[in-house]
Design a protein around this ligand. Structure first.
Ligand code: GLA
Length: 441
């Protein structure tokens, strides 16, 4: 099926002038999930003194092993992604990219084979410019050649960064590299940094084109190992949601960057917040953590199936911040099941206060925009609390810990009222969100 799609796209590329560079690779129908080296392991190339933590073949094989052995693959984590610093500083005499000969002694095809043998998928990093952000060779001048190389290594996912490039060239360059990826005939997820570099340069990204050519893209700063950094990302997505949210959907996602859960910078509560908010944002779930040493409570957050199900909801509608007042925020994401103009919702209550004691938030479902007369089955996704079936008039009260979150799933209570074969109507998306002006307690 995928191959058919690719052949069809290639026909369009030849015959249809207006769709010359369309991606439509059929991938990432839900946000990609996996493990990515960068945030935790950075550009550690010192395998002599730090063999267990340097960017090397060994590190990626080890993580692939753990993803499978310790239940991550079972809940959906699938991609093992190499980031920067995997290359030799120079191309070979034929102009080919070469993996660092010391740190990847068997080459990238061998690593790719190993990852595939575990039932996982293999991701790689490059940069549209002359160099990667850490100064390794970029793809500029070698676009077709490098796409072919990735295809020959059976790569499944390419992150293309934007250092050492002119942001104004990206409107042409990113689609061009995507075109060459498609030409290989190998389906590869295409992760772009195109909008973020343009935003940094004061340009207004052309999201129509970005959606058409990329499966995911970065809008904002790199995540760092701190609550501050996480808060700045949450704020960016909330403050710019009118521009950002409509761009997400099956096959094309906003990427607020990696999950840093289980590292040094976030508390337990803050880690729960990141997982819940990333699910509301329909974000890619790319863990960047040492899976060898992660503590069980953080592993449990990353493996929370109910929250992953929100993230992976098939409608692919990104959520929004619907309330923000005195340090309390409420975020809502429409999810399945749906009926006529009614959606089910994931609702996250976030406490940004620092006054040290949990805050109570009371609100009726109706005030949150949940108006379905048949009611909702409401469940807490972290705690074993089942609120049962609540009508829109019911007032719910949640206690939210400082820098923590309560996330609820509110499913339309359909079966008792309608036979299941009628649940096929989709509401126009512009009806989905109605931001409440009310001030909740
Ligand atoms: C940029 C990206 C990061 C990471 C580094 C690698 O900063 O945004 O995610 O890939 O480059 O150098």
């Amino acid at each position: 099926m995928l191959m058919l799609q690719i052949v069809w796209i290639q026909c369009l590329l030849v015959f249809g002038a207006n769709v010359v560079l369309a991606l439509e690779n059929g991938l990432a129908r839900t946000p990609p999930m996996g493990w990515l080296a960068w945030e935790r392991f950075r550009c550690n190339t010192d395998c002599k003194n730090d063999p267990e933590n340097c960017i090397s073949d060994h590190l990626f094989r080890t993580m692939a092993d753990i993803v499978v052995a310790e239940g991550y693959a079972e809940v959906g984590y699938e991609y093992i992604n190499v980031d920067d610093c995997w290359l030799e500083k120079d191309r070979d005499i034929n102009g080919q990219l070469v993996a660092d000969r010391q740190r990847f002694p068997y080459g990238m095809k061998s690593l790719s084979n190993y990852i595939h043998s575990k039932g996982l998928k293999f991701g790689i990093y490059e940069d549209y410019g002359n160099y990667t952000c850490a100064g390794y060779p970029g793809v500029l001048g070698y676009l077709e050649n490098d796409a072919i190389t990735f295809g020959s290594w059976d790569v499944d996912y390419v992150k293309l960064d934007g250092c050492y490039a002119h942001p104004s060239d990206m409107d042409r360059g990113y689609p061009e590299f995507g075109f060459h990826l498609n030409q290989t005939g190998r389906p590869m997820i295409y992760s772009c940094s195109w909008p973020v570099y343009q935003i940094y340069a004061g340009m207004k990204p052309n999201f129509t084109s970005i959606i058409e050519h990329c499966n995911l893209w970065r809008n904002f700063d790199d995540i760092q190992d701190s609550w501050n950094s996480l808060e700045s990302i949450i704020d960016y997505y909330g403050n710019n949601q009118d521009v950002i949210v409509p761009n997400a959907g099956p096959g094309h996602w906003n990427d607020p960057d990696m999950l840093i859960i289980g590292n040094f910078g976030l508390s337990y509560e803050q880690s729960k917040t990141q997982m819940a908010l990333w699910a509301i944002l329909a974000a890619p779930l790319l863990m960047s953590v040492d899976l060898r040493t992660i503590r069980p409570e953080y592993k449990a957050i990353l493996q929370n199936k109910k929250i992953i199900a929100v993230d992976q909801d098939p409608l692919g509608i990104q959520g929004r911040r619907i309330y923000k007042h005195k340090g309390i925020e409420i975020w809502a994401r429409p999810i399945t099941p749906i009926y006529e103009s009614y959606y089910s919702y994931a609702i996250a209550f976030l406490n940004r206060r620092t006054d040290g004691t949990p805050s109570d938030v009371s609100v009726t479902l109706k005030e949150l925009g949940l108006q379905y007369p048949g009611g909702y089955r409401v469940e807490d996704l972290y705690e074993e609390v089942d609120y049962g079936i609540l009508t829109p008039q019911t007032k719910i009260k949640v206690k939210v810990n400082p820098s923590g979150v309560v996330i609820l799933r509110c499913d339309l209570q359909l079966e008792e009222f309608y036979p299941s074969n009628q649940f096929t109507h989709y509401a126009p998306l512009n009806q989905v969100f109605k931001v409440r002006q009310n001030s909740f307690e």
